[in-house]
Design a protein around this ligand. Structure first.
Ligand code: GLP
Length: 240
């Protein structure tokens, strides 16, 4: 695991975007694994700028997202489907048919997990972008998720519900369940970039990099990956 400490959020975003731009310039047909959350927004904005300036194109790119809430329609402003359109897909030349996000509104949630798992298998990712939960989660793989997990339904940890409640009008509106790509599937990407910013991530960053490799900190599984770059800002790095 390579760790890069950047000065601030803008530099984290720029370093992450640079890696993806190089990948897309070398491999215009790349498959990207994408994350939601506030952290990757700056990176997605930069990628949209690069695309507008015609320095990269998403015309032949495929994407698979990490996770989605159960029970929110894709038109809901807090659904991850909506997030991806707003922060990336609507701003670049991607074909929506080439993008994939779990359907958290499926009538058959277990069937949807199996479908998504098969899809991931058929689309090996060249680069996987990740954020980090303040409890060390990646995707929505909460603490104690086995490292060999595949796509599954998860009951969100209380800390995750409370972290994500800032984006909803009311705590009671935050979905309690989600579908997430599993840890074993995350680790299958050829290259992984994890981004973390802010003091509230400092403990999780420390546990991920310096703690034991254990399901108690799902992100610690990334230390088993042969090509994982962690890019953090100075506030998230204070405990290193
Ligand atoms: C959510 C997402 C994660 C994301 C995390 C951190 O729980 N499921 O994929 O990494 O939030 O979000 P933020 O970047 O907003 O801190």
């Amino acid at each position: 695991m390579k760790v890069v400490v950047a000065k601030n959020y803008d530099e984290v975003s720029r370093l992450a975007a640079d890696i993806i731009v190089k990948e897309l310039q070398a491999n215009p047909c790349a498959t990207l694994g994408l994350a939601t959350g506030s952290t990757p927004i700056g990176c997605y904005n930069l990628l949209s700028d690069f695309c507008r300036r015609k320095q990269i194109s998403f015309a032949k790119v495929k994407t698979v997202n990490l996770d989605e809430y159960v029970g929110l329609p894709s038109s809901h402003e807090q659904s991850y489907a909506y997030f991806m359109r707003r922060h990336l897909f609507d701003n670049v030349d991607i074909e929506l048919a080439n993008t994939a996000i779990p359907n958290g509104n499926s009538a058959d949630i277990e069937g949807e997990c199996a479908r998504y798992s098969a899809l991931i298998k058929s689309l090996p990712r060249d680069v996987q972008v990740l954020g980090l939960g303040s409890n060390g989660h990646i995707g929505f793989n909460e603490p104690c998720t086995p490292f060999d997990s595949t796509t599954h339904v998860v009951e969100l940890a209380q800390s995750t519900v409370s972290d994500n409640s800032r984006l909803f009008d009311d705590l009671n509106d935050v979905p309690r369940r989600a579908i997430t790509m599993g840890i074993s599937e995350i680790l299958q990407a050829r290259k992984v970039i994890l981004l973390a910013c802010g003091a509230n991530k400092a403990q999780a960053v420390r546990d991920m990099i310096k703690g034991k490799i254990t399901p108690d900190c799902p992100a610690s599984a990334l230390r088993k990956h042969p090509d994982c770059v962690v890019i953090v800002d100075e506030s998230a790095a204070v405990l290193l």
